[in-house]
Design a binder for this molecule. Sequence first.
Ligand SMILES: [Zn+2]
Length: 262
Amino acid sequence: MGFFSSNKRNDSATEHTTETPLVQRFQSFLDKLNARAKEMYDELQTDAQGVADADTDPFKRSFLQFKAGMIAQFTAIIQKGSSVYQEEVAPKASAEEFMILSQLFNNWHVGVLNMMTTSFDQVIERDLEKEYAEIMKAYEHYKHQFHCRQCGGKLEIQTFYFIATYVSCSYCRTQNTFDPGTKVRRIEHLARPLAELRCRPLYQRHQEHRKQFGPKSASASYKEYAQALIREMNGILPGLETQHQHFYDRLVSEYERFDYFE
Ligand SMILES: [Zn+2]
């Protein structure tokens, strides 16, 4: 579709005012493109973080795909404006109009480019190992200052309790609530993605094997990966070994059920 669908030549009578039909039409064309870019930019300010957080892949592949898609849309808007300016507007402009049009175009171009390059600035991509270290630090701190509310005796915590737990005092038998808090509780949601991140090399080795020899032959390397994953999860969340074993069983049975029949 051409920019000048109602093609009307721009004549010399309008050349002495800055608001010639050509300038007006190009301005309103750029405004429309700008509104589209702005709409995308505003949506990203509220939605992009959610997309990043919802992506439990430690390598954020679906988030990165989403980001690449949005950047491509910004790029398409910039290309549209540029090609209309260069191919349809600039060749028809008088010298006077050209001064104005090039200024309009440059301002618009800088504005959209700026939206594109800053639209993901507010998004924080998680560093799982760092989050884990911070949680464990908070946990150790809480654990070391945990004393009996009755006699003040120091209560020794042997197991990793990431949710509120009753602990009885070894001196006076009083029941105390050991509650390391919401920050530490986040470890429940961190265990799987962190374990996946740590087992990434094994997963890649499995993928390569599978590409070469097919899913059935790669089943042993998948189990090896899944076992390593469970070991990591047990290390991160001790006390949940039974649940982790169920998770392992599910992973393996899903692999066998679906992946053999590709
Ligand atoms: Zn006590």
